[in-house]
Design a protein around this ligand. Structure first.
Ligand code: TTP
Length: 206
């Protein structure tokens, strides 16, 4: 149950992965408030600054609308093939294009996480991290791509795949932060939460 005397913890995300990842480390947000912003990359925007810009924007958007002391967590995950930002797959054709591009090659995944205190929590500490990981896909045959598309696990995912899903059968190597690839780097997020100046005896994370 939420302790009403401590600042609230709010996850600014619609991603079911992010709430599941937070719960994995024993953190239960007091509320989940998606920001729902335009996530189109700016002209010539590179993957790392794009992820950071969106994570900041999501946290700031929710912080500006929240009354009372709280810490807002915003995050953004970007799949990058070189300098190119791959889209979040909302239809099968986009997912197919992403998987065809990622087949047989190494790519990077950037996840930015931002902790933004609300104006009503003067003691809270703004902090942010960008965590870089890499993923190597085996070469995918057309039939394997068809099977991944039919499986439907691409839906709403950056780069059209989920490391935590069916695509894992074709992922040769992951380096960096597996939880970061899935949407929230847990080691770094835990560090950011532990670094907050909560009153004695209060905690979000043991
Ligand atoms: C690469 C990869 C991405 N993803 C997901 C994580 C994110 O939900 C999504 C990237 O899109 P995001 O824009 O980071 O997040 P979102 O739109 O799902 O939620 P919100 O903007 O409200 O925070 O892709 C996986 O689940 N597994 C993976 O292996």
């Amino acid at each position: 149950m939420a302790d009403s005397s401590r600042p609230a913890l709010i996850l600014a995300s619609a991603s079911p992965r992010r709430i599941a990842l937070l719960r994995q480390i024993g953190v239960e947000p007091d509320a989940v408030c998606p920001a729902d912003l335009d996530e189109t990359p700016q002209k010539d925007e590179l993957p790392r600054p794009h992820a950071l810009r969106l994570a900041r924007a999501k946290a700031a958007h929710v912080a500006a609308r929240h009354d009372g002391p709280a810490l807002i967590i915003g995050a953004d995950t970007v799949v990058a093939a070189g300098r190119r930002i791959l889209p979040k797959a909302e239809d099968a054709e986009t997912a197919r294009r992403c998987l065809t591009l990622l087949s047989g090659r190494r790519h990077k995944v950037f996840t930015a996480v931002v902790c933004q205190p609300t104006a009503d929590w003067a003691g809270g500490r703004y902090c942010e991290r960008v965590v870089e990981s890499h993923v190597i896909f085996n070469r995918l045959t057309p039939r394997q791509i068809d099977a991944l598309i039919e499986g439907g696990d691409w839906h709403g995912k950056a780069g059209g795949y989920g490391l935590q899903g069916q695509a894992a059968a074709f992922i040769r190597q992951v380096g960096g932060s597996p939880s970061g690839v899935i949407g929230l780097p847990l080691f770094e997020t835990a560090q950011l939460l532990r670094g907050q100046p909560l009153p004695a005896g209060q905690h979000w994370l043991r």
